[in-house]
Design a protein around this ligand. Structure first.
Ligand SMILES: [Zn+2]
Length: 158
């Protein structure tokens, strides 16, 4: 069996007047992430990790933010399409490990629901999707609550 690792990183700005979508679920918060899609930064980092492991460029290459068809799109649809792309190249998903950096809101209570949602979307066991949330100790743009960032690594198998 051949295994391949992939890494993804993404950032979105926090603004007023937007819903906060993270890990495929909507979370109650006074601010939301700004973007062409629903701006689910966690899913975007995960998609980039999947595409990177398969050496298939990145999310912006496949789903350009200039395309009207992706305006306001649910990122779970992009994740499903990404999984189809990597399946098309003969890969299956081993596991994913994701870290989200956000000062607020507290994400830990939402992690089981995110794992369930992403696993269903990707056709894997929830135990294959690890999600960790951290603050950056009030440092930097995430610490100042100007944005949220996410990092993901995945293992693909063939
Ligand atoms: Zn993004």
């Amino acid at each position: 069996m051949k295994t391949r690792v992939g890494f993804g990183f993404d950032v979105h700005r926090l603004v007023e007047g937007r819903e906060l979508w993270l890990g495929g679920i909507r979370i109650d918060h006074s601010l939301g992430l700004l973007g062409h899609s629903d701006a689910d930064v966690l899913i975007h980092a995960l998609c980039d990790a999947l595409l990177g492991a398969a050496n298939m460029r990145d999310i912006g290459y496949h789903f350009p933010d200039t395309a009207g068809e992706y305006a306001g799109i649910d990122s779970k649809i992009l994740l499903k399409k990404t999984v189809e792309l990597i399946h098309g190249k003969g890969y299956s998903i081993g596991n994913a490990d994701i870290t989200v950096c956000a000062e607020r809101p507290k994400l830990n209570p939402h992690i089981p629901a995110m794992q369930q949602t992403l696993a269903a979307c990707m056709g894997v066991d929830p135990d294959d999707i690890s999600i960790k949330a951290t603050t950056t100790e009030r440092l930097g743009f995430t610490g100042r609550e100007e944005g949220i960032s996410a990092y993901a690594v995945v293992l693909l198998e063939k």
